[in-house]
Design a binder for this molecule. Structure first.
Ligand code: ZN
Length: 367
């Protein structure tokens, strides 16, 4: 049994919008060649790095079909999909907030969702021990009908609903360690007791008005949505504490049949859209802990779907560490920033402050 890696060059061709970083180009904002921070380089360089080190030869390198309209309709209303497809056919545009797309953007977004769907299916059918989908555009900010934060379709939600419709799984836990709140996934499953959504994120980063501890689900889904907002500046120790004090107890309580990770790398210390201090070793540790939970609870069934992460240089090393851990392959890509980032970790006083912060949140979450 191996690790499956799902990707497609066409996902790197998604683009659109005239932005300089996150600002629309206008007035005094000069155009920027790189455009939005969500550009293909971080993802393409991750795939390149696993080929250069040889890690790819230890993975099942796979592609997938785009998600079918019927699969998308389990999450997104016809009205939204029709508007998205029409704008995409007409050359591109923007329907929500900071989620532009070019010509053919609809098809590429459906392919991104298709990679996530195929990855989850491969694990649930026993074709792979675990799987990673290098989806792009990302998905976790997209609600049923409001694309935002670079996300046009909610890849993970499409994948889970497809797997449920195929009778492959009933109870799924989603752990979102992207530095931003997984507001779209939260909204889609907010009243669904069969999907536990847990988001670790930087407090009041993006979106500004969601992600509080008090948002715990509704109706039958009350208690199946957990938010752990963290203060800016958290490093390796705080992420480990968050897993051990909140995420792992929540998984044990929920007893999922499969675990899906919204795997963003923008909590990394050098990310332009986050203010955290995680390192490649942090992402390796997160992966190891969630693998142990999956082994304990659901025969190891674990699927990771790529979300954010905007350091073109560092994301590939973080992703490589995750894939090393998933596959147990004897291939490494030593972190070229390890020494400097080790010296940038918070001091013991800050870690103690965050420890109390997490304990307080855990109590409020009933954990
Ligand atoms: Zn993010």
């Amino acid at each position: 049994m191996t690790t499956a890696f799902f990707s497609d060059e066409r996902c790197f061709w998604h683009g659109g919008g005239n932005y300089a970083f996150t600002l629309p180009v206008a007035g005094l904002v000069q155009p920027l060649a790189a455009g939005l921070p969500e550009n293909p380089e971080t993802k393409r360089r991750l795939r390149n790095l696993i080929e250069v080190t040889g890690l790819s030869r230890h993975l099942q390198m796979r592609g997938a079909e785009p998600a079918a309209r019927a699969d998308l309709l389990r999450v997104h209303p016809e009205r939204y999909l029709s508007a998205f497809q029409a704008a995409s056919d007409a050359g591109g545009g923007e329907l929500g907030l900071r989620a532009p797309f070019g010509a053919g953007g609809y098809e590429i977004a459906a392919l991104s969702a298709g990679l996530a769907t195929a990855a989850l299916r491969s694990v649930l059918k026993g074709e792979a021990r675990n799987a990673y989908a290098l989806s792009r555009p990302p998905g976790h900010h997209c609600t049923a009908d409001f694309p935002n934060g670079f996300c046009l379709l909610n890849n993970i939600a499409v994948a889970i609903r497809a797997a449920k419709a195929e009778g492959l799984v009933r109870r799924v836990a989603v752990i979102d360690w992207d530095v931003h709140h997984g507001n779209g996934t939260e909204a889609i499953f907010y009243d669904d007791p069969g999907v536990l959504t847990i988001s670790l994120h930087q407090d009041r980063n993006y979106p500004l008005d969601t992600g509080g501890v008090e948002a715990m689900g509704a109706g039958a889904g009350l208690g199946a949505n957990l938010n752990l907002p963290l203060p800016p500046g958290c490093g390796h120790a705080s992420y480990q504490r968050a897993m051990e004090r909140v995420v792992l107890p929540a998984l044990d309580r929920f007893r999922p049949e499969a675990i899906v990770v919204a795997c963003g790398f923008d909590a990394a210390a050098v990310d332009p859209l986050g203010r955290m201090l995680a390192t490649a070793e942090t992402f390796r540790m997160l992966t190891r802990l969630v693998m142990q939970a999956a082994d304990r609870l659901c025969d190891g069934r674990l699927t990771l779907v790529h979300e954010g992460g905007y350091s073109e240089v560092y994301v590939p090393f973080c992703g490589h560490a995750v894939l090393e851990e998933l596959s147990a392959a004897p291939v490494t890509a030593p972190d070229p920033m390890a020494a400097i980032l080790a010296r940038r970790q918070p001091d013991a006083r800050f870690d103690a402050f965050v420890c109390d912060w997490i304990d307080d949140a855990a109590r409020r979450l009933g954990l």
